[in-house]
Design a binder for this molecule. Structure first.
Ligand SMILES: [Zn+2]
Length: 197
């Protein structure tokens, strides 16, 4: 095998690591970058290296951050009695953009998915229980998605929190069934937050 072929195969294999990208799409991306956009390829390579080396999980809320504790967790003007639990940093960004929530966050590492063998322990329930038991949190708002897995996750978390004597609420109706929070419009999220129960 020539060296060029070796590099090309390596690139295709690396691109296939992206979610939803199969062999054909990976090849198309590789050819595109090499034929039409070498600068883009170098930029992508630098950005990936930079992000992989420098982005951490916040010690308190688990979201992405470049410092040990993220800027939201460090913001002492926020309401320490509220802790909102989300499935991803993307969902957190969506809720933050509504400007209607002033409490703190906890970002799970995904959601419960029995079919994929992902249970409560895999998404960080122990860390959540520890965070919620800081003596200041009075209400844990479960803002997982309105998909079957998101609902199952909310149920598991609600049971675990209530067993520890913590109050758990759920984002209200208004968010369409089957929705990922990230794709729901901001007004709907804001209303669901106000109407939580
Ligand atoms: Zn944080």
């Amino acid at each position: 095998m020539s060296n060029a072929q070796h590099s090309l195969d390596g690139l295709v294999e690396a691109l296939r690591r992206l979610p939803g990208v199969g062999q054909k799409s990976a090849q198309r991306m590789a050819y595109h970058l090499l034929q039409h956009d070498r600068d883009g390829a170098r930029q992508l390579s630098r950005a990936l290296g930079q992000a992989a080396d420098h982005i951490l999980h916040c010690q308190r809320c688990h979201t992405f951050t470049e410092t040990p504790v993220c800027s939201i967790c460090l913001d002492e003007t926020r309401d320490a009695s509220l802790l909102c639990v989300l499935e991803s940093p993307a969902d957190q960004a969506a809720l933050e953009r509504t400007g209607s929530y002033r409490g703190y966050y906890f970002v799970l590492m995904g959601r419960v998915s029995p079919l994929d063998g992902i249970g409560a322990q895999d998404i960080g329930v122990a860390q959540l229980l520890e965070r919620a038991a800081d003596g200041k949190v009075e209400e844990v708002i479960l803002a997982t998605s309105f998909t079957a897995e998101g609902e199952a996750t909310a149920h598991v978390l609600s049971q675990a929190l209530k067993a520890r004597g913590l109050r758990a609420t759920r984002l209200a109706r208004g968010v369409p069934v089957g929705s990922e929070l990230e794709y729901v419009d901001l007004g709907t999220i804001a209303h669901a937050l106000v109407d939580r129960r």
